[in-house]
Design a protein around this ligand. Sequence first.
Ligand SMILES: [Zn+2]
Length: 378
Amino acid sequence: MPKDTKISKEQSIRRTKFVTELIISAAVICAGGCLIKGVADRSQTVGTSPFADVTEVAEIPESTTEAPDPNAVIYDTVSRPLTDIFKGELILVNNYNEYIGGSEDLVSILEMNEQTGRTCFTTVDYSYMLAADAYEPLAQMIEDFYNRTGIDNLTIYGSYRTREYQQELYDAALISEETEDYARVAKPGYSEHESGYAIDFSTIPDYDFNGTGEYAWFAENCWKYGYILRYPEGKEDITEIQYEPWHFRYVGVPHAYYMWKNGITMEEYMELLKEHPYDPTGALHLSFSDDNGKLYEVYYVAADFSADTANIPVPNGVKSTISGNNSDGFIVTVYIGEAPEAEEAPSAPSDEDTDEGSDGDELDDDSSGEDENISEEW
Ligand SMILES: [Zn+2]
């Protein structure tokens, strides 16, 4: 029995040792397993963490290359009646683009001269009207000319015309023996004088303005006041109107500058703008600065004729204006660096050459209005 006891004691020890080893092994295995599991858990956690989303991580390279520019322009949408296509200082009126009109904002040139104390130029009578936007730039231009030359014999011999008056001019030319006149007087509805944005210069007392001598200053400097020489010499094939040194048209400073600087007519300019449509990146817009260093951006927005309302993108936080083009869309003008205004304001002439206003000699307001100039009014 002692042997048995010994054996059994031995067995007991072995069994205990085995169990102990088993427990230790189990513990080691368990610990190892837990360690592996922990690592596995951590690696799994990396994959599913809301702070490191796999999808998001995968997109980083793409979103880095297309990251929005913090300085990028944000565009708002301005709604305008579709009929506004026919309004604004950039409407092109010629043989192919009828002036619709009917809602002109006009002022009497003589009344405005009285209100502003200007006597350095005049017009025929109180009925001579001009688009409200166009008066002050015109008056400042003539005032600067007067201050420079002392010449005060300018008179506005043509300005806003009603369609009825244009009809009268047309009919008169029609019955005239001079068929040349018939070809030269614009058909009713196709004269930009009906818009109120065009003026004809003349001089007292001879009623002649040929744009030479001192008067050549106007063609060279009118852009500073937002005016263009509308029917220049050598461009008759484009404008289909003979050279008219007396006829000026208000379009606003940036546009007047661009046309003057590049020697193009309004017809060419409006065509050019169609190659510069709205583009949210701005890359397609016509960008330029004038001789005073002011920056502008201009773009075309084609009209959707299936809707009564046009939605026009304009930059947020920058001054911009909208004008119709009188055919199929809108032109947006952006004044880079200028704060937006509550209302669209007429473009002011440049500070350069703008001396303080000076009263010239009093002129005789009652001009004779000789008919010899009718053929010069379109
Ligand atoms: Zn004219």
